[in-house]
Design a protein around this ligand. Structure first.
Ligand code: ADP
Ligand code: MG
Length: 247
């Protein structure tokens, strides 16, 4: 978010390369998760798809962030079959429309919201269905609130979003799958961590690491839960908060 489209484009290309490396490192782990409740191909799907996406992004000539996102999305759609290719790839292509005017805190929020909406529409999944939506939803909501309501710097907002996604991944474990292959297991899906939510977290972690690196900053040590619940037994009150009835 330097305000320079080419510079930001180059940062996004680096982020895609970092995601590809990470997903290659996590290939066996993601496959293990998918072998418990799916068909053991998620590690391969992600590693293969993002390697091709990183290659395609690297070949672009001085691209802006929108062009990189669109290229990555199209490559994922072409390379990854099954449920996750169209979900990750198609949603990325669609959300890239929000980056018409480059990468700003506002356009990043719009991008994140559109991406989540598209994943929900395409997969017909909502929070609690034990899918990638369970990691994405808290991440996107936390990011939006951190930028628009709390006025946090983008890096801090992204760090909070990653923490929220981590909580979302943990949430997939004790719930029953309602969508995707894992849903065929019925109650036997309970107790397992969703592979797509997990890869979504890894992607967000790499976006954060790349953003921190680009800004020459440390990754902020933040917590998605805010304000924290007071531990002195008193109820949290905020006299300046708007009346919910007014909404
Ligand atoms: P496949 O399920 O076709 O083998 P993958 O193994 O690559 O594809 O991806 C599985 C992941 O895709 C799941 O862990 C889940 O997060 C996600 N997923 C599957 N179906 C849906 C859906 N309908 N909506 C949202 N996410 C889904
Ligand atoms: Mg699978």
């Amino acid at each position: 978010m330097s305000g320079d489209g080419r510079e930001d484009g180059a940062t996004v290309v680096r982020a895609v390369a970092a995601v590809a490396d990470r997903l290659e490192d996590e290939r066996a782990y993601l496959t293990e998760l998918d072998s418990a409740i799916g068909d053991a191909d998620h590690g391969g799907n992600m590693a293969r798809g993002w390697a091709a996406a990183a290659e395609a992004a690297r070949e672009l000539d001085d691209p802006d962030p929108q062009t990189v996102c669109k290229t990555v999305g199209k490559t994922l759609m072409a390379e990854v079959g099954g449920a996750s290719g169209p979900l990750f790839g198609g949603s990325l292509v669609f959300a890239s429309a929000e980056l018409d005017d480059g990468l700003t805190p506002e356009s990043a929020v719009a991008f994140a919201e559109t991406y989540l909406e598209k994943v929900e529409d395409r997969g017909d999944a909502r929070v609690g269905d034990q899918t990638m939506v369970d990691a994405l939803t808290p991440a996107v909501h936390t990011f939006k609130k951190s930028i628009e309501t709390d006025g946090l710097p983008p890096l801090e907002a992204l760090a909070k979003a990653v923490d929220a996604a981590e909580r979302g991944v943990a949430f997939t474990v004790p719930i029953r799958a309602r969508k995707g292959r894992a849903s065929y297991l019925g109650w036997r899906s309970v107790g397992h961590q969703d592979p797509g939510a997990t890869s979504t977290l890894f992607i967000l972690e790499e976006l954060l690491a790349t953003a921190a690196d680009a800004l020459g900053a440390e990754i902020p040590d933040v917590d998605a839960t805010s304000p924290t619940i007071p531990d002195d037994g008193e109820e949290a009150t905020d006299a300046s908060a708007p009346d919910p009835e007014d909404d």
